[in-house]
Design a protein around this ligand. Structure first.
Ligand code: PMP
Length: 681
């Protein structure tokens, strides 16, 4: 079975202009090459034609807009009144369940088509003595587009409708402004219309996706062309280019959406979950820009950049082009004894942009393995120098470096997995968390504690490993760059290497290309990953200084590592294209703009009782709660109520969206965070 997808076109009142909007969407979809069908669930005011058949006036409008598309009304009633009344006059009974079922059955007739479903009147228009149109939409479960006639009184009706939809967990993709009557050009009417747009956006947190003019002649195809152009952004939000493509095709594999989720639940393991009682997952079918499309047609605003990776947004044409071009030539070849241009040119670019002193690069396939290689480099280096006792890593509490055994050993021993793997993990040395906040005046005490630990243990320490400035998965903590500068100096003083794990922070996320630039220092070894390929493929790298490489390889030494997919050409080609985009430098302006917006937009969260701290750096925004949050409940709230993708953990509700995210989308993420934090306390 193919997925059903579509949109409920919902008016805030009778005569809101829904039909023109639905008809415009139908034409916009048709023009975009998407097979679309319009369904009018209930039509009142139907007249008989010469053959005695009832004709639905709204269907006539759909046909005027797009004669090529299928359109029909499901329940046709004669009297031009509310559905409950018109039905009663004919001795009929309407029910929300039967109507929703009817719509659904119709949607199954042309599987894969995009369905525009229009109701009758406003949301609380009665169907019978107990139920309203809203009950039908709730049963249908399609995302809603709110149609707001731009006139006095619109704000009130719009906000009431938003409340009603949200109370029933109906996702809202946004609102459009319509002009069902000729526009009044008086100064006060113009002012009211402009204010409506701003106030509804602000108070509902919804984006205004389009503004439709009055169409005087519904027979004029030029007017419909213009209207379809105006409706295109709605389609984009719901189904960006690639989304429409993949949605109109069969889902990959033989499973329909329900069977797919069942198999997933029964057989596929997800990150950090129980196989027997897994957390809920949703089926993503396509991505574009800062959006993730789900199987049910909802397009989520992405606040996670897929765990820090998708910095340029999804499906960036230059990354895809690099991928396709390389795929045609050589998707993969072993790196033992062979080399290739994608790896060499990526190596050149990386070393050119990396902090000074880093001269060698070792490509691996994930961040954790980059950390393993960094640890091996440090140990082999000290071994080669004859410092056989220097076999431990020193790090700080609250860190995170990956999930493989070596990387786990330097993760925070409490929030990490040390108790689970006690006796297996290498025992490392921990200094206290760097409690000197990034945004506060520098407090030297934590660095002094670090020095105490280092001075005591330096004879055993091969290297110090840290996440520079931002501790990510260990607690989204941002510490003062001066601390890092001090640690770097102490490493030199005590003859220990400094490994910086830039896997999460690298490539602009903190407002600097690499976070160590905040401290003006260079490490001996540096790990990068995550955003290296702009989120397209898995690739990471461990860079090191000439001194480290020379040390390891003195007297015929070799670095003992060599993954099968080392320097995979596809990944290297995409990473090269991603670094090209970064080199054009627009990320600086984007991240700066995001930082300012995050600072302003998240500031009100400080007043919420459940919020312990609000932190922003570059394109990272964090709400630290006083208590751990219920991830599944909160994530469900974000998806269903706000149409956003935010995955909290521990006590943190945080975002690090793609750098290309639009202002309105970022505002929606922040509004969702505020409301999530208000609920979660
Ligand atoms: N180091 C840091 C700082 C990270 O944030 C992560 C990933 N969350 C890793 C290492 C591990 O990377 P990967 O998941 O690619 O193995």
């Amino acid at each position: 079975m193919r997925a059903l997808w579509g949109l409920s076109v919902v008016g805030i009142d009778t005569d809101a202009g829904k039909t023109v909007v639905a008809a415009s969407l139908l034409r916009a979809a048709h023009c975009a090459g998407i097979q679309a069908v319009a369904l009018k669930a209930v039509q009142t005011g139907c007249a008989e034609d010469t053959k005695g058949r009832l004709c639905a006036p709204d269907v006539a409008v759909y046909r005027q807009s797009c004669p090529e598309a299928e359109s029909r009304a499901l329940v046709l009633l004669k009297d031009a009144s509310s559905p409950h009344l018109a039905a009663r006059l004919e001795g009929r009974n309407l029910s929300a369940a039967a109507l929703a079922e009817d719509v659904r059955e119709n949607m199954e007739r042309v599987p894969g088509a995009f369905y525009v479903v229009e109701g009758a009147g406003g949301l609380l228009v009665p169907l019978n003595a107990e139920e309203t149109m809203l009950d039908m939409f709730a049963r249908l479960g399609l995302p809603a587009l709110l149609v707001v006639p731009n006139r006095l009184g619109a704000v009130n009706h719009a906000l009431l409708s938003v409340q009603a939809l949200r109370a029933r967990d109906i996702p809202i993709v946004g609102f459009v402004l319509s002009s069902p009557v000729p526009v009044d050009g008086s100064e006060s009417a113009v002012r009211i219309r402009a204010d409506n747009r701003a106030v509804i956006s602000e108070m509902s947190g919804l984006a205004c996706l389009a503004e439709f003019p009055f169409i005087a002649d519904l027979n004029c195809s030029k007017s419909w062309e213009r209207a379809a152009d105006l409706a295109a952004p709605v389609l984009k939000v719901l189904a960006p280019d690639s989304v429409s493509l993949s949605l109109s095709q069969d889902p990959p594999g033989p499973l329909g959406p329900d069977a797919l989720l069942r198999f997933d639940r029964e057989h596929i393991w997800h990150p950090y979950t129980s196989a027997l009682n897994p957390l809920q997952v949703r089926e993503a079918v396509a991505t574009q820009g800062a959006r993730i499309a789900l199987r049910n047609g909802v397009s989520l605003i992405d606040g996670m950049a897929s765990w820090w990776c998708a910095i340029h947004g999804y499906n960036h044409p230059r990354l895809l082009e690099a991928l396709h071009a390389q795929a045609k030539r050589m998707p993969h070849v072993m790196f033992g004894g062979l080399t290739h241009a994608p790896a060499v040119s990526l190596g050149q670019r990386l070393l050119h942009m990396a902090p000074s002193g880093l001269e060698r690069v070792f490509f691996v396939d994930s961040g954790s393995v980059a950390v393993e290689v960094a640890i091996k480099m440090a140990l082999q280096y000290q071994h080669a120098r004859g410092k056989l006792n220097k076999s431990k890593l020193l790090t700080v509490r609250g860190g995170y470096h990956g999930d493989t055994l070596g990387a786990m050993s330097v993760c925070d021993p409490i929030t990490g997995m040390h108790t689970l793997f006690a006796g297996v993990l290498a025992e490392q040395i921990f200094a206290p968390r760097p409690d000197c906040a990034f945004a506060a005046p520098y407090d030297p005490a934590p660095a002094e504690h670090f020095e105490v630990a280092l001075a005591r243990e330096a004879h055993k320490v091969a290297a110090v490993i840290l996440e520079p400035v931002v501790q990510g998965a260990g607690g989204m903590w941002m510490y003062h760059p001066e601390y890092l500068r001090r640690v770097s100096a102490l490493c030199r003083e005590y003859d220990c290497l400094l490994i910086l794990d830039e896997i999460a922070t690298g490539f602009g996320r903190t407002g600097k290309l690499f976070a160590c630039e905040w401290a003006g220092i260079s490490p001996d070894i540096m790990c990068v990953g995550k955003a290296l390929t702009g989120g397209v493929l898995t690739l990471a790298a461990t860079l090191c200084s000439g001194e480290v490489a020379g040390g390891i390889c003195s007297d015929g030494g070799v670095l003992m590592h060599g993954p099968t997919f080392m320097a995979n050409p596809l990944a290297c080609a995409v990473a090269g294209a991603s670094l090209d985009i970064l080199a054009e430098d627009s990320w600086r302006k984007q991240v700066k703009g995001m930082e300012a917006a995050l600072m302003e937009g998240l500031a009100p969260c400080r007043a919420l009782p459940g919020v312990a701290d609000v932190r922003v750096l570059g394109a990272i925004g964090v709400l630290e709660m006083r208590r751990p949050v219920d991830v599944e409940t909160l994530q469900d709230f974000f998806v269903r109520k706000h149409g956003v993708w935010i995955r909290p953990f521990g006590r943190n509700i945080y975002i690090m969206p793609p750098y290309v995210i639009g202002k309105e989308d970022l505002a929606r993420l922040m509004r969702a965070m505020y409301e999530g934090a208000a609920r979660a306390h």
